[in-house]
Design a protein around this ligand. Structure first.
Ligand SMILES: [Fe+2]
Length: 143
């Protein structure tokens, strides 16, 4: 149980960081009119947030099935956060004259412990790799 609590705390930190990074990317991208690479990155971000939303809802159902109601609530809250990120990205994509596109893939649902680990890994990738690269590209106005 202590390991689960540690994982839960770590996951909460990652979700908080991702919320911040996603918000910065959306603001950075919307602060000037840009196309090309930034639009592609926004579409990739929209797709990623859309898939994360679906994945966390599936993880929540699995957590409920395994009797981890609090973890299920966390996943539902994370799914809602992802929905907000999706909407923010969609708004900017539409302001740039494009249509947001997401291809929802079936989530790989394992045990709740494994799902938490997968969530941590996914959010870490977004925080340390994906969004920093997207922000850099937007700041450099790469077309
Ligand atoms: Fe997100």
């Amino acid at each position: 149980m202590k390991k689960m609590q540690k994982g839960l705390a770590t996951t909460c930190v990652f979700f908080s960081l991702v919320f911040l990074v996603c918000s910065i990317f959306t603001i950075s991208s919307s602060s000037f009119a840009s196309t090309g690479k930034t639009l592609d990155n926004l579409q990739a971000a929209y797709d990623g947030e859309s898939n994360a939303n679906a994945k966390y809802l599936a993880f929540a159902a699995k957590a409920d099935e395994e009797g981890y109601g609090e973890v299920a609530s966390l996943f539902r809250a994370a799914a809602k956060a992802e929905q907000i990120h999706m909407a923010s990205h969609a708004k900017v994509i539409q302001e740039m004259g494009a249509v947001p596109i997401a291809k929802i893939k079936e989530a790989q649902v394992l045990t709740t412990k494994e799902n938490l680990q997968a969530a941590i890994e996914g959010e870490t990738y977004e925080k340390t790799m994906m969004y920093p690269e997207f922000i850099s590209a937007a700041d450099q106005r790469q077309l």
